[in-house]
Design a protein around this ligand. Structure first.
Ligand code: NAD
Ligand code: UFG
Length: 339
């Protein structure tokens, strides 16, 4: 298949590009570089040996999106493009609704016009809201606690409604838990701009000496060591999950919309991640326990049964590999991508 990867220069998108090409698919990327650097492209081409067409524009530009579909023979779309910082979404809600919903509208309109019937959408475990108890199953009701989360809930609903009204359209809603790690080559990885919001890149920057110490948000959760528990999933396992979901839609034309959790099904605490990272890197990771971060849940992890049963996919890589691969990327690229 020739797959359009929106947001393909970003963290998860770039790793999925590698997995798609390794599985024999062709890739076309569209990205506006609002949260990525153009230098990722040369790394991807070196890693895959493929030449990857890149369209650098904002998907909300309906004319450009339309032209892209007219110029490239696209068979399917994986839609990663979006803004993703939870805290920022409460400060700039309009930007989040506009970017995340607007890019999906333009994409789906162009898909319909050009007869492209397969879409894999980046959703999030955040759609389970705050009332669910782990492990989360896909049939739980969805809700959100911040504008970012609402954009995911809304996009899931919008895509479900459009699929119901469009014979032949197929949509996979992939709900990611906590993606971490990097490609084992260490040449591509997560490169957050400014202060990292997420745990793993923050720890990596402490270990490499860019930051003094980690603030652990909350040491009084009802968990074995008092720190919050998450389901960390290696980004290459996640990438493989996308390839499987895409292929599953092809094998199951009767499926219009289906949600799958992509997680390991296992929880790891903040302090367990700190320890695993110190072991993997051989560097100390100084930390201090501070107040809880508002809106954080104590424990989230997936029930990953549906993806295993239906897609035949299971996350294989351990927390040790996630830390080792993050460290390989971070130590080889202490300041992230050049440029
Ligand atoms: P990322 O920011 O690294 O990648 C997103 C890419 O989309 C960036 O390269 C950005 O430049 C591009 N982009 C944003 N808006 C665009 C637009 N309007 N037009 C064209 N390009 C645009 O983020 P990521 O971590 O790779 O996440 C990818 C997707 O997965 C996002 O939709 C995110 O919400 C979702 N997700 C991420 C996580 C996570 O923890 N990383 C968890 C759950 C879900
Ligand atoms: N944490 C710290 N210190 C830090 C950063 C994080 O202690 O500097 C803790 C958090 O409090 C949390 C855990 O590490 O307990 C993981 O935090 P992340 O920010 O890495 O991940 P979250 O689980 O909070 O958020 C992730 C995604 C969101 C998504 C959410 C819910 O990043 O996009 O899961 O699915 F909305």
């Amino acid at each position: 298949m020739r797959v359009l990867v929106s947001g393909g220069a970003g963290y998860i998108g770039s790793h999925t590009v590698v997995a798609l090409i390794a599985s024999g698919h062709e890739v076309v990327i569209v990205d506006n570089f609002s949260n990525a650097k153009p230098t990722v492209l040369a790394r991807l081409e070196a890693l895959t040996g493929a030449s990857i067409p890149l369209h650098a524009f904002d998907l909300r530009d309906a004319d450009k999106t339309e032209r892209l579909f007219a110029d490239e023979a696209i068979d399917a779309v994986i839609h990663f493009a979006g803004l993703k910082a939870v805290g920022e979404s409460s400060e700039r809600p309009l930007d989040y609704y506009d970017n995340n919903l607007g890019s999906t509208f333009a994409l789906v309109r162009a898909m319909a016009r050009h007869g492209v019937h397969r879409l894999v959408f980046s959703s999030s475990a955040t759609v389970y809201g705050e009332s669910a108890t782990a492990p989360f199953t896909e049939d739980l009701p969805t809700s959100a606690t911040n504008p970012y989360g609402w954009t995911k809930v809304m996009q899931e609903q919008i895509l479900t409604d459009i699929a119901a009204a469009t014979p032949g359209l197929q949509v996979a809603l992939l709900r990611y838990f906590n993606p971490v790690g990097a490609h084992e080559s260490g040449t591509i990885g997560e490169d957050p701009q400014g202060i990292p919001n997420n745990l793993m890149p923050f720890i990596a920057q402490v270990a490499v000496g860019r930051r003094e110490r980690l603030s652990v948000f909350g040491g009084d959760y009802p968990t074995p060591d008092g720190t919050a528990v998450r389901d960390y999933i290696h980004v290459m396992d996640l990438a493989d999950g996308h390839v499987r979901a895409l292929e599953y839609l092809g094998e199951h034309p009767e499926v219009a919309v289906r949600a799958w959790n992509l997680g390991t099904g296992e929880g790891t605490s903040v302090l367990q991640v700190v320890e695993a990272f110190a072991d993997a890197s051989g560097r100390p990771v100084p930390y201090e326990i501070v107040a809880r971060r508002p809106e954080d849940l104590a424990v989230t992890y997936a029930d990953a049964t549906r993806a295993e049963t239906e897609l035949g996919w299971r996350a294989e890589r351990t927390i040790e590999q996630m830390c080792a691969d993050t460290w390989r990327w971070q130590s080889a690229n202490p300041q992230g991508y050049p440029g």
